[in-house]
Design a protein around this ligand. Structure first.
Ligand code: NDP
Length: 326
């Protein structure tokens, strides 16, 4: 038996509880991992609270991220004792996830723990941080360099936003952060933001085109915010869209794309090909200041996850949450 969070949905309703799970109930897979750390991402909070249709099979162990040690493997690339991490691939949605002391997964989903990080640090980055790096890679792929101008990061005090702010700053970009929490302005400046703008400037309907300002953007909010970010991006700029914290809709016009050549780059971490993942983790190893990572993250135990999930969806959690599952 091992400890884990279990989400159930039946006549008694939708609920998540910390419980003891039987190893015999683990799903199919060729690698069994003794989990040391997991995380709490926005998607995990949706799954745990039932506020979003994340879980597609019940009962489900949530947790889209895990770090741990291989306990048993029939996969050619992994042996007992190997340190590994996992992000996405439907884990915590359709396949039991990381918010438990054990997981059984497909070896092809695993990535060796990058040597620069402890398991705790890898989970302080987690899917949110790896997604932030996917956004940075997309900006680079489209030719955006620091001399092009300012990069806007929305939802900046959250997980993706905090890591994006720290990494872009380290790469020499001028980062302008957008946040609904004025109290976090000093935190965002400590990560490197040169200016912090009030979220309210972006969350209401705007004009199809506004004054050109951003060379690029990392948007985690969606809805009017994404539309306004596109409308104020400079000629030839690139907006990376990875989130929906403000809504799933996109009430925009094509004006920024057809009149200013703005590129809207979609970012997905879940099914992202392995080569791109490996590159993102390699770059996190070189381009994320570990002292900033410590400021971005806090650690909790499994029993604290449920109340934190509600707080996270209320926008009350700063940066990243690491879960020590033991
Ligand atoms: P967090 O909750 O840590 O951060 C989200 C931030 O968005 C909040 O901290 C807040 O920042 C801001 N925010 C919250 N609600 C609103 C609102 N109603 N309007 C405007 N801003 C708001 O989440 P994560 O950083 O983990 O994830 C961010 C988004 O990215 C989520 O939608 C998540 O689903 C998505 N995501 C997508 C991935 C992909 O593969 N495409 C992978 C990872 C995440 P502040 O207080 O500073 O305003």
């Amino acid at each position: 038996m091992f400890k884990g969070i279990l989400i159930e949905k039946d006549e008694a309703g939708y609920r998540a509880s910390l419980t003891h799970l039987d190893e015999a109930a683990l799903p199919e897979g060729d690698v069994t991992v003794r989990v040391s750390h997991s995380t709490l991402n926005y998607k995990d909070a949706l799954a745990i609270t039932g506020k979003g249709p994340v879980v597609r099979k019940f009962p489900m162990v949530p947790g889209i991220d895990l770090a741990g040690t291989v306990e048993h493997s029939t996969h050619a690339d992994y042996r007992t004792g190997d340190a590994v991490i996992l992000n996405g691939w439907g884990v915590g949605e359709t396949h039991w996830g990381g918010l438990a002391q054990k997981a059984r997964v497909h070896g092809n989903w695993l990535v060796p723990l990058p040597p620069q990080f402890t398991p705790q640090q890898a989970m302080a980055i987690g899917t949110a941080g790896y997604t932030a790096m996917l956004c940075v890679l997309a900006l680079e792929r489209h030719g955006i360099t620091p001399d092009h101008g300012e990069i806007l990061v929305t939802g900046a005090a959250g997980g993706v936003g905090s890591v994006a702010t720290a990494v872009l700053t380290r790469l020499g970009f001028q980062v302008v952060a957008v946040s609904g929490r004025p109290a976090e302005a000093d935190y965002l400046k400590s990560l490197g933001a040169v200016e912090v703008l009030d979220r309210a400037m972006f969350t209401t309907p705007g004009k199809p085109l506004g004054k050109e300002r951003w060379a690029g953007a990392v948007d985690v909010v969606g809805s009017h915010t994404l539309a306004n970010v596109c409308a104020t991006t400079k000629y030839g700029g690139v907006v990376t869209a990875c989130g929906l914290a403000g809504g799933m809709d996109f009430p925009a016009t094509v004006a920024p794309f057809i009149l200013r050549g703005v590129t809207l780059a979609g970012i997905d971490s879940v099914m992202c090909p392995r080569t791109v993942r490996m590159e993102a983790w390699r770059r996190l190893g070189t381009d994320l200041d570990l002292s900033k990572l410590a400021a971005i993250s806090k650690e909790v135990g499994l029993s604290e996850v449920m109340p934190l999930a509600t707080q996270l969806l209320n926008g009350e959690v700063r940066g990243r949450v690491v879960v020590d599952v033991n």
